[in-house]
Design a binder for this molecule. Structure first.
Ligand code: BJ8
Length: 424
């Protein structure tokens, strides 16, 4: 990584502790990623972004702030980035995916909080992540209890705005979410000093839809019998999607897709014939959480789809681009975002239908249902998900894990045995 110490210092980061993170991350990346054979050449861009993870994009954000822009940190795929970009703001995902930050979160949160929340709070309070220091405002949401309470703690440290997400999907809930999006628009307009016009919102709807189209295209190649890209690489791209510049991200993902198109024509696969096709369902895998993909893909499986927020929940379905008043555009946003099926909704049959549909589309041999430890929502919903899969005759393995490496050997044994029993 180039030298960004001056920037980190100016951001008020704890440089000494941050150095420790900078030492371990490249090793983990080399072990998990660079050891793969026959990777697409155009993964080079994404490798570069990760190798400079705390440098290159943060430097762009700092420059944007010097040019008068505001940066908004988000934690959930229900928060509509379109509104932020339409006010000339920049949205960046902030979810923490490293055990490195968990002890910092545990200083203020109960131990039995999910690692994603603990890592996110720890990254901010310990000042060891530039993204958390750069964001001028955080946008939280009322999804799970852990997050709701974490916002109150983070809100003492940084301006925090919380969107009230409905927990059911009746027509009045769609209306309520449209109202919340309108209030977000007002807040963002106040904070940036920029008006969200219909023209600007139309542009940002296209901007974010293009990112979704690129990811959808990427995922479509994984439906092939010959799989031209590993699940690990696709996960990395999904994770980068949350914080990279959206225009450049879509461009680089499409460039990679052009290469994958050729690979498919030539019948290139990064996995040997007969490798079992796995769908991962469940809680999100925030960067740099590559643990499960690495275990599966070094145990005779190929991850070909993630029914996760770092996966299909992030990009499936576009926002209607044909509306031309702000009010109609906000309704279109509400419609698209309320179509996401997170376990925080009740009832949530839509998510089970999604998983069954994805199993068909991606020709799945087995599903691994992953739950981040202490996520009560996905853990409880796991019962219904796993029952539906069994009824459909699709083998499923439920796994609960966290960000530590302490269960890797045990998981390897369980995943290995599961893949072994899958028939083709
Ligand atoms: S839309 S999955 S990003 S809420 S894993 S913090 S739910 S205790 S991350 Fe999520 Fe939005 Fe839903 Fe997606 Fe809470 Fe569960 Fe932790 Fe979670």
């Amino acid at each position: 990584m180039a030298d960004y110490r001056e920037m980190w210092k100016e951001l008020g980061m704890d440089l000494e502790t941050h150095d420790q993170l900078c030492e371990v991350l490249p090793m983990a990346f080399t072990d998990v990623y660079l050891s793969q054979k026959n990777r697409p050449e155009n993964m080079g861009y994404f490798d570069f972004v990760v190798s400079e993870i705390h440098g290159v994009r943060p430097a762009e954000l700092v420059q944007a702030q010097k040019d008068g822009k505001k940066v908004f940190g988000t934690f959930c795929v229900y928060v509509p980035d379109e509104v932020i970009f339409a006010a000339d703001g920049i949205a960046t995902g902030l979810c923490g995916g490293s055990q490195f930050w968990v002890p910092g979160g545990e200083k203020v949160l109960p131990t039995n909080t999910c690692p994603l929340i603990k890592a996110s709070v720890g990254a901010r309070l310990d000042s060891t992540c530039p993204f958390f220091k750069i964001a001028d405002m955080y946008i939280g949401e009322t999804t799970c209890d852990g997050k709701k309470k974490a916002w109150e703690i983070l809100g003492e440290d940084v301006p925090m705005y919380v969107m009230d997400l409905p927990q059911m999907k009746r027509s009045k809930d769609y209306k309520a979410w449209a109202e919340e999006i309108t209030e977000l628009k007002n807040k963002v307009e106040d904070f940036t000093g920029n008006k969200v016009t219909a023209e600007k919102l139309a542009d940002s709807i296209k901007l974010i839809n293009n990112k979704r189209r690129a990811l959808d295209r990427l995922y479509s190649f994984r439906k092939n019998k010959n799989i031209p890209i590993s699940g690990k690489d696709c996960l990395l791209i999904s994770q980068i999607a949350f914080y990279d510049d959206p225009t450049r991200f879509a461009e680089m993902t499409n460039k990679l897709c052009d290469e994958l198109e050729k690979r498919v024509e030539e019948g290139v696969s990064v996995f040997p014939e007969g490798t079992k096709r796995i769908l991962l369902a469940g809680t999100p895998l925030a960067i740099p959480n590559w643990k499960m993909h690495n275990i599966i893909e070094t145990s005779g499986g190929a991850v070909v789809c993630e029914e996760m927020c770092t996966g299909t929940r992030y990009f499936e379905r576009l926002v209607d681009e044909t509306k031309d008043t702000v009010e109609e555009q906000i309704d279109a946003l509400a419609e698209r975002y309320m179509g996401i099926n997170c376990a925080c909704f009740t009832p949530n049959q839509g998510r089970i239908d999604d998983i069954l549909r994805l199993c068909k589309e991606y020709d799945i041999d087995g599903v691994i249902d992953i739950n981040l430890k202490f996520c009560n929502l996905y853990d409880t919903e796991g019962f219904l998900v796993e029952r539906a899969l069994k009824e459909a005759g699709i083998p499923v393995l439920g796994i609960e894990t966290d960000y530590t490496d302490s269960d890797v050997q045990q998981l390897r044994t369980r995943v290995g045995a599961f893949i072994e029993m899958l028939e083709r």
